[in-house]
Design a protein around this ligand. Structure first.
Ligand code: PSV
Ligand code: MN
Length: 397
């Protein structure tokens, strides 16, 4: 008998007593996928300094190698998001073959509209047509790359905004943005999606052109059915009820993507679930509930973190562990009882229904699923024992 089997039987009985279909839960866990970001494997820093790590990936192939080891050990990360031009490559067919040979493939393509001198006053909202056209051309180039790689999503985040009142005109910028996005959208093939990410401040300090989900939704609705809002967990003012935003966008069938991370103060990109795991649970609770209510939920789950203190691959595995465990907790919420308590206006028991799922140790369930998927029960331990880190430190020194 394996160590977790007794715990699994107990949990199974408990869930079955509540009428929860454990096989369905296991199936969902097996099908869950989360994308890791290429920029999470290379050296990065704060605004003040870059702290280099021994063994950090130096180019796109090494980033893909690292992403593939993460997938091998977790079984749920088969794609890696690319950032252009950071991950520019001269032969995309070759890069695709290389990824596939390692068991992963490129995922969302992220255009970079913030790192060029021309973008000092904005990209798609810039006052000058020349700069807007350059930014549009870059996104169209990303669409072409996505086509070659078989990627479905273009994930767009803009640094556009102003630092000073009066610097530019809000409504004019909005019109420019709509026009630029319209041009980009007209180049998007039928089977691709444009994900629009919002962020309330930074790098612009006075105003940001896409500051919130409402603005992103207005833009998506104007563009059409191939565009969706992307929620980055770090992009809200403190105290924002993110799970409510999730619920509203799900109900509008306009939520297309997620960037997981956690924040303490601003867009800190901390380990997902490390600061407020209960918030992450409440977010997953909305996602699971919408799916069970039959809403169309087609969401690209992605991690958006780039760490410079923790070892990068270990940190990625740690984030994935938190995401998976908390997702499993949301899958075992007793939804029938929750609805019943809500209808009876029994606020205490309704809340306790959520807390009880959150407090449940779901690890035996996860171990069972991992065992059946043929991946290590403890991916972090397996990574530390694999010798991979020592190998890349030597190879990449
Ligand atoms: C910057 O805030 C950011 O984290 C955005 O969320 C993007 O998704 C990511 O960087 C990559 O450009
Ligand atoms: Mn993001």
């Amino acid at each position: 008998m394996k160590d977790y089997e007794e715990g699994y039987e107990l949990l199974k009985n408990k869930l079955e007593e509540k009428g929860i279909d454990i096989e369905k839960v296991e199936e969902k866990l097996k099908n869950f996928k989360v994308e890791t970001p290429s920029w999470g494997y290379g050296d990065s820093g704060t605004r003040f300094a870059v702290f280099r790590q021994k063994g950090a990936a130096r180019n796109i192939k090494e980033k893909i190698q690292d992403a593939s080891i993460v997938h091998k050990l977790t079984g749920i990360c088969p794609t890696v998001a690319l950032h252009i031009p950071w991950d520019m490559y001269d032969d995309w067919d070759e890069l695709l073959d290389y990824s596939l040979s390692l068991g992963v493939r490129p995922g969302a393509i992220n255009p970079n509209l913030f790192q060029d001198d021309d973008y000092k006053l904005g990209s798609l909202c810039h006052p000058d047509k020349r700069v807007r056209e350059k930014a549009i051309r870059h996104v169209i180039e990303c669409i072409e790359i996505a086509k070659k790689l078989g990627s479905r999503d273009i994930s767009l985040w803009l640094a556009d905004g102003t630092n000073h009142p009066g610097q530019d005109d809000f409504r004019r910028r909005k019109k420019r943005l709509e026009e630029s996005l319209g041009e980009i959208y007209s180049h998007l093939p039928q089977n691709m999606r444009l994900l629009i990410e919002y962020k309330f401040f930074e790098p612009a300090f006075y105003h940001t052109d896409i500051p919130d989900w409402g603005t992103a939704l207005i833009l998506c609705n104007k563009l059409g059915e191939k565009s969706y809002v992307l929620i980055d967990l770090g992009h809200h003012p403190l105290g924002t009820n993110i799970e409510q935003i999730v619920a509203i966008l799900l109900d509008e069938e306009k939520l297309g993507g997620f960037h997981f991370n956690n924040k303490k103060y601003a867009d800190d990109d901390l380990t997902t679930g490390s600061i407020n795991p209960y918030e992450l649970f409440l977010i997953f609770n909305e996602l699971v509930s919408a799916e069970e209510d039959g809403l169309k939920v087609d969401i690209a789950y992605m991690i958006d973190e780039s760490h410079n203190l923790k070892p990068k691959i270990e940190e990625m595995i740690q984030s994935i562990e938190n995401i998976y465990r908390i997702y499993a907790k949301a899958l075992i919420v007793d939804r029938k009882m929750l609805r019943k308590y809500q209808e009876e206006k029994d606020i205490v028991m309704a809340e306790n229904t959520l807390v009880s799922a959150f407090d449940t140790d779901v690890m035996p369930l996860i171990y069972k699923v991992r065992n059946e998927m043929g991946v290590p029960l403890d991916p972090l331990k397996a990574f530390r024992e694999s010798g991979y880190m020592e190998k890349i430190v030597k190879e990449r020194s």
